[in-house]
Design a protein around this ligand. Structure first.
Ligand SMILES: Nc1ncnc2c1ncn2[C@@H]1O[C@H](COP(=O)(O)OP(=O)(O)OP(=O)(O)O)[C@@H](O)[C@H]1O
Length: 223
């Protein structure tokens, strides 16, 4: 469903992706790992259509990113590292607010169900009263409102306790297996990556992650 061909990204003072090709099938969870500054967020932004590569092509199903950017964008849920929710509003009000901006309509009970499936049960509480982990769950729940086929998650579990991380992992696995969602997921937690991901892509110059993951018996594609 996703085909990346010879992608490069050159910033004025740095070449980050040089060049990179891979394919991902529907229903796969793919881990994206590498040292700080390797280019993981850059790659996710390119896949999310919010940043243009310097060269190379990407296809979503048979649609070229160059030709069908707005059509493709509707099929993607992107969760950047920074949490972007309304602190003064409740969980419910946040979900309803983002539903209004979303491409798919959902009823309030459907929105609540997304939160419950993630074990986010503080529906009527203002977000400012929630823990950091709960806020991350809400951030993630918002990305599922428009029922995207491809989820791009940039360190979605950073700073979250083990129980909540397991709950998020179980939710993502269920989404991939039962609902055929494709998920690309970055994390620096190698236990989480090896437990959750079907395949792993490593990027960056440091062979540390590649070697570590191969030792753990995972299928690794390295750039
Ligand atoms: N807009 C930009 N202009 C110039 N350089 C940039 C820009 N965005 C990122 N970079 C540089 O590109 C490199 C890759 O950044 P990126 O955020 O993609 O890495 P990362 O692998 O996600 O890192 P981390 O693990 O720290 O989140 C870094 O050296 C960063 O400073």
């Amino acid at each position: 469903m996703l085909k990346v061909t010879n992608i490069t990204k050159k910033y004025p003072k740095k070449i980050v992706l040089d060049p990179l090709s891979f394919e991902i099938e529907r229903g796969e969870i793919v881990g994206l790992v590498g040292e700080n500054g390797a280019g993981k967020s850059t790659l996710l932004q390119i896949l999310a259509t919010t940043l243009k590569p310097t060269s190379g092509d990407i296809y979503f199903n048979e649609w070229s990113y160059q030709k069908y950017k707005s059509k493709i964008r509707r099929k993607i849920g992107f969760v950047p590292q920074d949490i972007a929710v309304w602190e003064e509003l409740t969980v419910k009000e946040n979900m309803v607010f983002f539903e209004k901006l979303a491409w798919e309509n959902k009823s309030t009970s459907q929105l609540q169900q997304i939160c419950q499936d993630m074990h986010l049960d503080r529906w009527q509480d203002p977000v400012k009263n929630l823990s950091g982990g709960m806020k991350r769950k809400l951030n993630l729940a918002i990305s599922f409102i428009h029922d995207p086929d491809l989820l791009l998650l940039d360190e979605p579990t950073v700073g979250i306790d083990l129980k909540s991380r397991k709950e998020i992992g179980a939710y993502l696995r269920e989404q991939a297996t039962t609902h055929n969602k494709t998920i690309i997921y970055t994390s620096h937690d190698m236990d989480e990556i090896t437990a959750l991901c079907d395949r792993i892509i490593t990027i960056g110059k440091d062979p540390f992650y590649k070697d570590l993951l191969k030792e753990a018996g995972k299928e690794v594609l390295s750039f």
